[in-house]
Design a protein around this ligand. Sequence first.
Ligand code: NAD
Length: 295
Amino acid sequence: NMANVAFIGLGNMGGPMAANLVKAGHSVTVFDLSEVACKTLAEAGATVAASASEAAREVDYVISMLPAGKHVAGLYLGADGLLAQLDGHTTVLDCSTIDAATARQVGEAASAAGIGFMDTPVSGGVAAAAAGTLAFMCGGGADTFEKAKVILADMGKNIFHAGPAGAGQVAKGCNNMLLAIHMIGTCEALEMGARNGLDPKVLSEIMLASSGRNWSLEVYNPYPGVMEQAPASNDYRPGFMVDLMVKDLGLALEIAEQSEFENPMGQLARKLYAEHQFAGNGARDFSSILQKLQA
Ligand code: NAD
């Protein structure tokens, strides 16, 4: 089922995602502020447009993958925004990780204009984007979700309907807050064991077979040498960068504040990751937080 797709934002994530849509046989028109990014997609078989509006003309889907909420608001809202130019035929999917408030705002504007919109942030990094194995967490109406699934399936494998507009961003915020917390907890437990003479590999085996078991321990052990393929055994090369974890924790804290919810563990995780970033570790893998605890 070939679709006409406009793809806006061809960075580290959007580039390979758009290329996968081309590979799946869709007719893809792209736009990015970076000419280099556009050229890469032209070589992959996409058509390059001179603007986002031009790319979005008479398409079945507009998909965006941009840095932050202000870019997404700038693309869709206002008199010059895409929502003022599209009609009800087009489904809009924003895959960017942004604040839930902006996602809800774009969702409301889309529904006022009679356009189906979903926030569809992803879990999985550049490797998953290239392999087409991303997970999508979607916020919006049930009809829109049916349309979204068809096209998102060509860029990922697990596609969830989290709830109404903004719910995708909330789901992502909850997940990444928990990820930060159990990564720090895992580091703390391993380091305490090591300081008391335990071999981190043996302690990891014990906790994996016990109630401390979690994803960080299972597939992403933060202690160097325990797991050969983990970033910890590769000088903490990412993986998932500290910079991105700090961004996602900031968004999670905004969600907590706006719902007047106290999240003490999330706040502490964000403080620790922000300090780790400030100390010069922004581009390293997020499991390097172990070294902050060791210092
Ligand atoms: P990136 O900075 O590599 O790419 C963003 C692209 O958007 C750039 O090419 C930039 O030129 C383009 N852009 C910015 N404003 C634009 C506009 N108005 N019109 C057209 N193009 C515009 O970022 P990325 O790593 O691809 O991340 C994109 C989003 O995905 C972010 O929200 C990020 O948090 C999220 N994310 C990233 C990862 C990751 O591992 N990199 C994982 C999950 C989610």
